[in-house]
Design a protein. Structure first.
Length: 316
């Protein structure tokens, strides 16, 4: 038992460079900013909904009534500004957690009007984790302000930079396992015969057609061929329940990540439901040594044009 715990300890606290956390900071917070700005019309429209539609969830459950438009828009704007500071790694230990709480609030408020969206849950959890880590020890304004000897220490791989990505990767795997368990808990093993998935796809597309919303012509057409949904049902559950395998090596991580990415692409194709965070690839970034392509890009940029803005922007 002690040997197993020792192996688990070595795996969990495997040393990693500070740049790995820094790249994850840029990817996760950068995506969060894109979401906040890109969804701004919808997020701000929520602030004008009728008060009787208000059904608070999550942290918003602390409220008895919706906030005013001015206050809600102010929270959104401050969250965006805090996100920019966190992205740049400026006073990250203080502003990073405040940004994460702002993102949690905005996402929860969006879910507090009778329809709960699951598409941002993993993004918010990843953000809450990364802001609690030393993710500004490299490639940040905080790092540039430190003495050169402290910056040199951050170049050495250390366990304090290694367990955070492991935690985020584990959370990703658990999120998919829970999705797989939910399928089987709701439908039982009957999920695997394809009929349940067929019903979901058929009902979802029919509902969207009747409401005049965007639907999937491919999904509607495939409903005429029920046997197609049998392998799709098996593959979806296998990918979700098999998510923890991605934690046991880079090859398995690549195989699973590509498989689950194709799964999400399939969901778009047959149901027109977009889980943008996984489709962007950022959701799976904690599984990989994401600093390597950044360093390769930096070396290429400095070789081509040493004094270019890109060369100065990228890490050394």
């Amino acid at each position: 038992m002690s040997r197993l715990l020792d192996q688990l300890d070595r795996w969990w606290f495997c040393p990693a460079p500070a740049l790995r956390l820094a790249v994850l900071r840029v990817l996760i917070i950068g995506y969060g900013l894109i979401w906040l700005v890109g969804f701004a019309p919808l997020l701000l429209a929520n602030l004008r909904f009728a008060p009787e539609q208000f059904a608070p969830t999550g942290v918003v459950s602390l409220l008895d009534a919706p906030v005013s438009f001015g206050l809600g828009a102010g929270i959104w704007l401050v969250t965006v500004l805090l996100g920019v500071a966190a992205l740049l790694g400026w006073r990250f230990r203080v502003l990073g957690p405040v940004y994460a709480l702002g993102l949690l609030w905005v996402a929860s408020y969006r879910n507090s009007w009778g329809m709960i969206f699951h598409t941002e849950n993993l993004l918010v959890v990843h953000t809450l984790i990364v802001v609690m880590l030393p993710a500004s020890d490299a490639w940040s304004l905080d790092a540039r302000a430190r003495p050169s000897d402290q910056r040199a220490l951050a170049l050495e791989p250390d366990a304090r930079y290694g367990w955070g990505p492991k935690l985020m990767a584990t959370v990703t795997a658990l999120a998919y396992v829970l999705a797989g368990v939910a399928k089987l808990r709701t439908a039982g093993w009957a999920w695997l015969d394809g009929d349940v998935l067929l019903s979901h796809v058929g009902w979802d597309n029919l509902r969207k057609q009747e409401l005049g919303s965007t639907h999937s012509p491919l999904g509607a057409a495939l409903c005429a061929f029920p046997s197609v949904f049998i392998p799709l049902s098996w593959v979806s559950v296998a990918l979700e329940l098999g998510a923890p395998l991605a934690l046991f090596g880079r090859r398995l991580a690549w195989v699973w990540s590509i498989g689950i990415w194709c799964f999400h692409l399939g969901v778009v194709a047959i149901m027109w439901i977009v889980f943008a965070y996984p489709l962007s690839g950022v959701a799976f970034a904690p599984l990989f040594a994401v600093e390597r392509p950044v360093l390769a890009l930096a070396a290429w940029a400095r070789q081509r044009r040493p004094d270019s803005p890109l060369s100065r922007l990228l890490p050394e």
